[in-house]
Design a binder for this molecule. Structure first.
Ligand SMILES: Cc1cc2nc3c(=O)[nH]c(=O)nc-3n(C[C@H](O)[C@H](O)[C@H](O)COP(=O)(O)OP(=O)(O)OC[C@H]3O[C@@H](n4cnc5c(N)ncnc54)[C@H](O)[C@@H]3O)c2cc1C
Length: 437
């Protein structure tokens, strides 16, 4: 979009049949749903900017909620919500009004934010989130109810392994910034409709072309640029998708998942980038959809759940899709981040465990008997966000080639925002290189 907006001819080649990559929709039981429930933050400046540029009406596309962490009333959780007041008043009041926290818990939360601000949200040497929480003297309850779920949701990595610096970066831009930056945005429609389709239309309206269902098998260096070799034009590729013609491109943005980028970079003098990619681990995310009677409604559009591996309570957040879209009445989406252990006994067992967890948490026995369930696991949903990761740069030092993707060097973990930021940075790099030539 960044290049097309500046008048450059862009061809988008995607191995998948539908646009959106890891943030795409799937058809389930007559519903168009996401491969995983996503949340955006008000702090996702560049993502929201690009969405507006693509013509997305953000008010219609998202339910915007103030920063909150509400647990079901029956569980031993807490109720925390930032009122619509200017920062940092919104946090001060949220702390004062929070229910389910002791005085020591409140003091610990206040200490965390004050100390982090004083440190300017920066650490001399990165460590794990668990270490950070212990250095900041956080109570067991605050860790369990606030920091642990936030860390797993934002970094998709358990606090014992997650980068404290990246966690602080996310908190800086949400807790530490303007009130609106801390807002949570939940997609009302499916993700492919909300942005990727609009982005593809933006390209074609500016003379660009989209080629879905075509895998780039290798890149060939040419005198005046790059030639892309593709395979497997998929019979199911969307009808607006044309076969990529044999053509030399001036520049290429390699915006695939990291392991595919490494394969395509092989032989092009980017050994250090390939080595950086090789050290990235990955983490899965599982979303369990459960359909109940259309009249079943949660007290809020989304709530945190107390997870506990020992009692097979895997769900960390539950979304009542019916409060986002009428057509989804009675449909719950339960998210399990960093879900390796949850998946050990298979999808069927997990769906049964989650239905039982909902029944217990809300005290509603019928939650045990969903009409249908569907479990979707994205095995490599994100990279494992460990301390001091050396993430590859967008600029890999190969002329006419740039990397983009959520795994490239950034303040942020694997998120939509880091992906969008890297894409825009890649476009700016190629334009700057072209001007120098
Ligand atoms: C279940 C789940 C929940 C998530 N929740 C959140 C959330 O709440 N908030 C948030 O901000 N982020 C969330 N994320 C992360 C977010 O979706 C990703 O960070 C983001 O989509 C990554 O975008 P990307 O462009 O870097 O990569 P991708 O979206 O993976 O795009 C890579 C593209 O490259 C294509 N490709 C690969 N190889 C080739 C090839 N050889 N030729 C042609 N095309 C190729 C693929 O088909 C794909 O379309 C979640 C992810 C998952 C899976």
């Amino acid at each position: 979009m960044e290049l097309a907006a500046r008048g450059h001819g862009v061809a988008l080649v995607d191995a998948a049949r539908v646009p959106g990559g890891r943030a795409r929709s799937v058809d389930l039981q007559g519903h168009r749903l996401d491969n995983g429930q996503h949340i955006l933050l008000g702090a996702y400046r560049e993502t929201l900017h690009m969405m507006r540029l693509a013509g997305v009406n953000l008010e219609q596309a998202f339910l915007r909620l103030p920063l909150q962490m509400h647990y079901p009333a029956l569980s031993d959780g807490m109720q925390f919500e930032a009122p619509r007041l200017p920062a940092p008043l919104h946090l001060v009041l949220a702390l004062l009004k929070a229910k389910g926290l002791t005085r020591a818990d409140r003091m610990a939360l206040a200490r965390f934010t004050t100390t982090a601000r004083w440190m300017d949200w920066r650490m001399h040497a990165d460590c794990t989130v668990a270490d950070l929480l212990s250095r900041f003297d956080q109570t067991e309850r605050v860790i369990r109810l606030m920091w642990r779920p936030l860390c797993i949701a934002a970094l998709n990595t358990h606090p014992e392994a997650a980068s404290a610096q990246v966690f602080l970066n996310v908190l800086r831009d949400s807790f530490g910034a303007r009130r609106k930056a801390s807002d949570m945005l939940i997609p009302r429609t499916d993700l492919s409709t909300s942005f990727p389709h609009a982005a593809a239309a933006f390209l074609t309206a500016r003379g660009g072309a989209t080629h879905f269902g075509q895998t780039v098998t290798h890149l060939e260096r040419h005198e005046r640029g790059w030639r892309l070799h593709t395979a497997g034009v998929d019979a199911g590729a969307s009808s607006d998708s044309a076969t990529l013609p044999a053509q030399t491109f001036h520049s290429v943005v390699l915006a695939t998942q990291p392991m595919h980028a490494a394969a395509l970079l092989s032989g092009h003098g980017a050994e250090s980038t390939i080595a950086q990619i090789a050290q990235l681990g990955s983490e899965p995310i599982t979303t369990c959809y459960l359909q109940y009677d259309r009249g079943l409604r949660l007290p809020r559009p989304f709530l945190a759940l107390l997870d506990n591996e020992g009692t097979r309570e895997w769900g960390q957040f539950v979304f009542d899709r019916g409060q986002l879209q009428d057509a989804h009445a009675g449909l719950m989406a339960v998210v399990v981040s960093a879900s390796e252990a949850a998946m050990e006994n298979g999808k069927e067992a997990l769906a049964i465990d989650i239905a039982a967890q909902l029944a217990g948490a809300f005290g509603i026995a019928s939650f045990r008997r969903p009409e249908w369930t569907r479990v979707i696991t994205e095995k490599q949903a994100t990279f494992r966000c460990t301390p001091g990761l050396d993430r590859p740069a967008v600029d890999i030092g190969v002329p006419g080639l740039a990397l983009a993707g959520d795994y490239t060097a950034s303040d942020y973990p694997s998120t939509l925002e880091s992906a969008v930021r890297s894409g825009r940075a890649a476009a700016r790099l190629l334009l700057a290189n072209a001007r120098r030539r």
